[in-house]
Write a protein that binds this ligand. Sequence first.
Ligand SMILES: [Zn+2]
Length: 129
Amino acid sequence: MAAVTQTATPSMWSNKELAEVRDRLQQEIDELEADILRHESEIASGEITQGAGDDQADAGAKTYEREREIALTLNARDLVAQNERAIARIDAGTYGVCESCHKPIGKERLQAFPRATLCVACKQKEERR
Ligand SMILES: [Zn+2]
């Protein structure tokens, strides 16, 4: 196995590239927030009509639908938080460095998963836990 000679400096990213990633993350936040608002209004409107003489099967389907909406909303909120964290890291100049081992995460991985905060090795360790 070849020795890793890369250093953990974020200089492997140009300012232009960082600005592009930041834009991408910010755009995703905007889209996710629009989604969250939409889901929340669906959840809210579901609550208003609930218990208005629905039969059991109908109520069950509605509960399922509502739970799904809530799960989607929680997931979207989680993604927004992750994107915001990535943007904060770009602003702090620590973007692209693994939070666990402090080695560079790797540009290719970040271009595929811009909100990644762990390198592949640490991510795999975390998933095994
Ligand atoms: Zn790592």
